[in-house]
Design a protein around this ligand. Sequence first.
Ligand SMILES: [Ca+2]
Ligand SMILES: [Ca+2]
Length: 200
Amino acid sequence: MRRAVLCALGMLSVGLLAQAAVVRVSGDNEWQVFVNGELLAQGNDWQRPTVTEFELKNGSAVIAVYVHDFEPGAAGVGGFLADIILDNGEYLPTEPGSAWVCDAGEPIANRNDGWEQPNFDDSGWGELQYYEQFGGGVWGFGAATMRQVLHDPDCTAFWAWCGPNNEADDVYFRYTIGKPLAVEPTGKLATAWGALKSRR
Ligand SMILES: [Ca+2]
Ligand SMILES: [Ca+2]
């Protein structure tokens, strides 16, 4: 009993389990935002980021974003900027060292491998290539307009792409919130989450 309470307190000190989140996305030039495989937002004006609220299941969700650059190859650059805000205060932007992963490929109309699904195996995907932080770079002149959306909290994400942003024009990104502890028996996990919830 005492041991269980201490264990729960230890988990609390690490951070409350998030139950809801918001993902804010901009893409140069157009983008689609999927949460757990479902298309929830799309945009085609990088100065007007989409804002998508969603609930987490046992603290987990998979964000998948497709971005298409209009100008073929080196005729123009692409860009991707995103941040995830959890209701426990965690902030997960696109930034060097973050857990976002990416894959460049065919236009989305030709892609049918389930890349947006939560159970998709993205272990072969790579790290993003990062550019300027929000406010700088070729997108800097649009920051004031974007900040009308990205102000609470202030966005500190970095613009990114999958490889050099003047090469691929169709790129895919994924972020897994709260990677489940797959090796734990589900009954044990449910007990732990239940104990946590009852203390909130
Ligand atoms: Ca291009
Ligand atoms: Ca472009």
